[in-house]
Design a protein around this ligand. Structure first.
Ligand code: AMP
Length: 381
């Protein structure tokens, strides 16, 4: 029986995994170079680099299973641990997701609709790609891009040279710009036996490339079924164990895949307070070989990411006020820093209308209502 779970990374995702796993009787060992890693409160922290062989060996030898909370785990580190104990999700999924070109090619081969894309390794490649795709298009680094970093939207011919100057040092991919009506994500958990469960398709709103708000349930059964087919083909192809998130664009009633994350995902945080079983608990259930829990929505939920520092009113409200407003606060206990994800709040309600009122009120208290055009996310696409 699995007792000790090793996690590469000790950020907020690892923290919420541990919070979900402690009631299941699991113990956690984290490996993370950050001295003040926020998951460390809930287990043992090996403070070492991702390539520290002695530390990785220690983690692998003392864990019954190892997982990770970020996708840029070096290939050699994952292989070293795999020689000592099972690693889930399978490192193959990590490698596919670490390179946008490999990732998009795999999705295309599986018949998952994606925007047109071409690899770009030189100026002539870029010119040729833009000619084939047309403007606007998006130039992205193939590796290490996150939260909108390492990418540029090309709208006019003059943008090509500027984008090449800023990104041309890296291997690149150029893809069609999708004028989407909405962004969404489907999150699924696949057990070791292949059993797969899905959370309701979630609507996401980004601000400056960073996820700001997620809302679920937000779409009809037809779109849900289509998104499930897309993520299932990825999960089965990779013989996957654990939670995966697939980010999608909704355009003219069709879903186009953007990228997948081989881990628990920010857009699934609402599941802690709004679903039968959270993404964190089911990830642990999957990798530990336990039966998966129900994923249905237990209420309408909107999750707001908190960036920089916790808002003052988070600490000013009484418990009664929180409960009466169905606000579920999650403070990651991270040192405040501009733009840093330091917590989230999920607002829940029994009806869609109830949620709209509550979430709109909360958004204005948070001071994000106007900026996020909050009505857009609440009105169905
Ligand atoms: P990514 O790093 O690929 O997740 O992109 C971050 C955000 O940039 C996405 O959530 C979208 O809002 C936007 N974006 C990325 N790729 C495209 C695209 N091909 N067309 C339109 N918007 C995009």
């Amino acid at each position: 029986m699995i007792k000790t779970v090793g996690i590469l990374g000790a950020g907020q995702l690892a923290r919420m995994l541990a919070q979900a796993g402690l009631p299941l009787g699991l113990k956690f060992i984290f490996l993370d170079p950050a001295v003040d890693a926020c998951a460390a409160e809930f287990g043992e922290h090996i403070c070492a680099g991702w390539d520290d062989e002695a530390a990785l060996t220690d983690l692998g030898q003392r864990s019954d299973v190892v997982t990770f909370d970020f996708e840029n785990v070096p290939e050699v580190s994952a292989s070293l641990i795999e020689s000592l104990c099972p690693v889930y999700p399978p490192p193959r999924a990590l490698y596919q997701s670490q390179d946008r070109l490999r990732e998009k090619t795999m999705m295309q081969e599986l018949g998952i609709p994606v925007a047109p894309f071409y690899p770009v390794a030189s100026r002539p490649d870029l010119i040729a790609a833009v000619e084939k795709i047309g403007l606007p298009c998006v130039l992205k680094t193939r590796r290490f891009g996150y939260d909108g970093k390492g990418q540029a939207v090309l709208r006019f011919q003059e943008d090509l040279e500027r984008a090449w100057q800023s990104l041309g040092d890296s291997e690149l991919i150029c893809e069609g710009f999708v004028p989407f009506q909405a962004e969404c994500s489907i999150i699924a958990a696949r057990g070791r036996d292949g059993e797969t469960v899905y959370w309701p398709l979630t609507r996401n709103l980004h601000r400056e490339g960073i996820l700001a708000v997620s809302m679920a349930p937000a779409f009809d059964q037809q779109l849900q079924a289509r998104a499930e087919v897309m993520i299932k083909s990825l999960l089965d192809h990779l013989d996957y164990t654990g939670v995966m998130a697939l980010e999608l664009f909704l355009m003219d009633g069709e879903l186009l895949a953007n990228e997948f994350a081989p881990r628990v995902h920010n857009s699934g945080h609402w599941s802690i307070d709004g679903a039968g079983t959270s993404q964190f608990e089911n990830h642990l259930r999957a990798i530990c070989g336990l039966p998966l829990g129900e994923t249905h929505s237990t209420s309408y939920a909107v999750m707001f990411n908190l960036l920089g520092e916790m808002p003052a009113f988070a600490t000013q409200q009484s418990v009664d006020q929180f409960l009466s407003q169905a606000m579920h606060w999650h403070d990651y206990h991270k040192t405040p820093r501009e733009g840093r994800k330091i917590g989230h709040v999920t607002v829940t309600a029994e009806s869609e209308t109830g949620l709209e009122a509550r979430a709109a009120q909360f958004a204005s208290e948070l001071g994000v209502a106007a900026e996020l055009n909050f009505e857009t996310i609440l009105s169905k696409p």
